[in-house]
Design a protein around this ligand. Structure first.
Ligand SMILES: [Cu+2]
Length: 138
């Protein structure tokens, strides 16, 4: 297991590739979607409270550009993923590594935040779960 050298916190690394994808639906029809790693929703990111989360975002071919906003997760401003406000958009062919400490347990979603209403609708969404350090059901 990787440890953050500064804090000793557990570190989890993920890679998300934003890409234009042809998806086949259950009824056999196909649609064009924008996905993380080929599916929508994208991969579930599951981490432990207090751990460091490192997510490498790769924009394979979304010409409009992408970012990732961690909806509801308290992160430093520089990692908040709001294109044009907290960071520059990640253009097709570029990548960006997000890094933050997962401080608040809960179930959240992440989504691209360059024209987010259109990008979330086309599929650039996923779930992030921050598990509590202690079992809260006791
Ligand atoms: Cu949001």
């Amino acid at each position: 297991m990787l440890k953050d050298p500064g804090t000793g916190a557990e570190e989890r690394e993920f890679e998300l590739t934003a890409q234009d994808t042809i998806l086949r639906l259950e009824d056999g029809t196909t649609i064009e979607a924008w996905t993380f790693n080929g599916s929508t929703p994208g991969p579930e990111l599951r981490v432990r409270e207090g751990g460091r989360v490192v997510v490498k975002l790769i924009n394979r071919d979304i010409d409009e550009g992408v970012t990732i906003h961690w909806h509801g997760v308290a992160v430093p401003c520089s990692q908040d993923g709001v294109a044009g406000v907290t960071q520059d958009v990640i253009w097709s062919g570029e990548s960006f590594a997000y890094s933050f400490i997962a401080d608040h347990p809960g179930t959240y979603w992440y989504h691209s935040h360059q024209e987010s209403s259109e990008q979330a609708k086309k599929g650039l969404i996923g779930r992030i779960v921050i598990e509590p350090k202690e079992n809260m059901l006791l």
